[in-house]
Design a protein around this ligand. Structure first.
Ligand SMILES: [Zn+2]
Length: 345
């Protein structure tokens, strides 16, 4: 007992590794993947290093000493690719060097690859305000357009801002691209058409002279990639909810459409699986773009019973979008399903 007491006295001193005095001081690099990085395994991640080509354009997307944004974006993408592949994710790049690729083409590459997320990598600029330097993450249109995109954006923000140790913080760091281009937003995000989560990271400002200097250092680019990697891993840890149409029935005066809601956590090993994993209060079904008012949810079976209005039963193709959240508050990355209603025989 005496020995234990003596050890406890010593413990605080032994645990106190010297801490940096200021938040901005970068801690030593340590790229040890946290255990939750394994939830990235099997995902397909489309990395879109912003810009490229146009190296001859004077002053185009350059820092105060001329360092090009296209280069910093590319370096971050390549480091990130390495981290993700090591964690078992598949990476698709939208460019393969210093080349110009259209915005539409970049989005198409992500969709054709069946990517689980489209991540556009950029660094920010502001004219006449060289002191500005913070992280913002951009999503398309309004917050209800792609709730899953916001899930990823939130995790990415914390991953990047923590790793870069910027001294400034945007007080609302998640930005709609309609702030920049009202009604249209960024081409790369718009062309994804809400089919998968799509976000654009403006990790820091290359128009800030001190930040440009840091961005020139590949070790700093790697650190940023690590922050993004951690953000993606945290998002993946929360699981990806999904919905599956089981079918129509039973026949009766008010027909119902049966839909299974999955939390994305079912296959995990956890005592928590004994509790409901879906927030019933978050369920919002839309049939052909219209919100359905009549539905019930059987939580223990994860069964959503929809009673669509008459036009919802018209023969042909319908779209069903079910927004909901699991207990991690992650929303379905692919909330829209199609369903063909066959005429009653
Ligand atoms: Zn850019």
């Amino acid at each position: 007992m005496k020995h234990v007491f003596f050890l406890l006295l010593l413990l605080p001193a032994a645990c106190h590794a010297p801490l940096p005095g200021r938040w901005e001081d970068l801690p030593p690099r340590a790229f040890d993947p946290p255990p939750y990085a394994r939830f990235l395994r099997g995902l397909t991640i489309c990395l879109d290093p912003g810009h490229g080509g146009h190296a001859d354009r004077k002053g185009y997307k350059r820092g105060p000493t001329g360092f090009r944004e296209a280069v910093m974006n590319w370096r971050v993408a390549r480091f990130l690719q390495g981290f993700l592949e090591k964690a078992g994710a598949k990476v698709v790049l939208t460019r393969h060097g210093d080349e110009a690729v259209t915005l539409q083409r970049r989005s198409r590459i992500a969709l054709e690859a069946g990517a689980d997320i489209f991540l556009s990598l950029h660094h920010n600029a502001i004219n006449g305000k060289p002191s500005v330097n913070y992280t913002t993450i951009w999503y398309h249109a309004g917050p209800d357009y792609s709730p899953a995109g916001l899930d990823a954006a939130r995790c990415l923000f914390f991953g990047i801002t923590h790793e870069l140790r910027l001294s400034q913080v945007a007080e609302v760091p998640l930005h709609s691209d309609y702030l920049m281009y009202p009604g249209s937003g960024f081409g790369v995000l718009r062309h994804i058409r809400g089919k998968i989560p799509a976000v654009l990271c403006e990790s820091s400002f290359f128009t800030n002279p001190a930040e440009e200097k840091r961005l020139k250092d590949p070790a700093y680019n790697e650190r940023e990639a690590w922050g993004i990697f951690l953000g993606l891993a945290r998002w993946a840890l929360g699981g990806f909810p999904s919905a599956r149409i089981l079918g129509r029935g039973p026949h009766g005066p008010s027909e119902i459409l049966r839909v299974r809601l999955l939390s994305g956590l079912e296959k995990r090993k956890s005592w928590a699986l004994k509790s409901p994993l879906i927030l019933a209060s978050s369920i919002q079904p839309f049939l052909d773009g219209k919100r359905l008012e009549r539905w019930t949810f059987e939580a223990e079976k994860g069964l959503l019973l929809l009673t669509p209005p008459k036009e919802g039963w018209s023969p042909g193709r319908h779209t069903l979008r079910v927004e909901f959240m699991n207990i991690f508050k992650n929303s379905p990355p692919r909330p829209t399903l199609t369903w063909t209603c066959r005429p009653a025989s």
